[in-house]
Ligand binder design. Structure first.
Ligand SMILES: [Cu+2]
Length: 71
């Protein structure tokens, strides 16, 4: 699966790393790209990652998911 996760609250490279680490912890993740200016992350994984799980993981590191799009 491939999903675009719209994230609010990232302001610098550290934020990008926090988000990247949080998303990398899901099973089967093959790629995570975080775009600071665009305020989104692209997550690619071999299995399914549920929207609710994505929201929880991002919340736990201090940011907010404002939308998720399947790509
Ligand atoms: Cu930051």
């Amino acid at each position: 699966m491939k999903k675009k996760v719209l994230i609010e609250g990232m302001s610098c490279g550290h934020c990008v790393n926090h988000v990247k680490e949080a998303l990398s912890e899901f099973n089967g993740v093959t790629n995570v790209d975080v775009n600071l200016d665009g305020k989104y992350a692209i997550l690619e994984a071999t299995g399914e990652v549920k929207d609710e799980e994505l929201k929880t993981a991002i919340n736990e590191v201090g940011y907010k998911v404002i939308g998720i799009e399947a790509l």
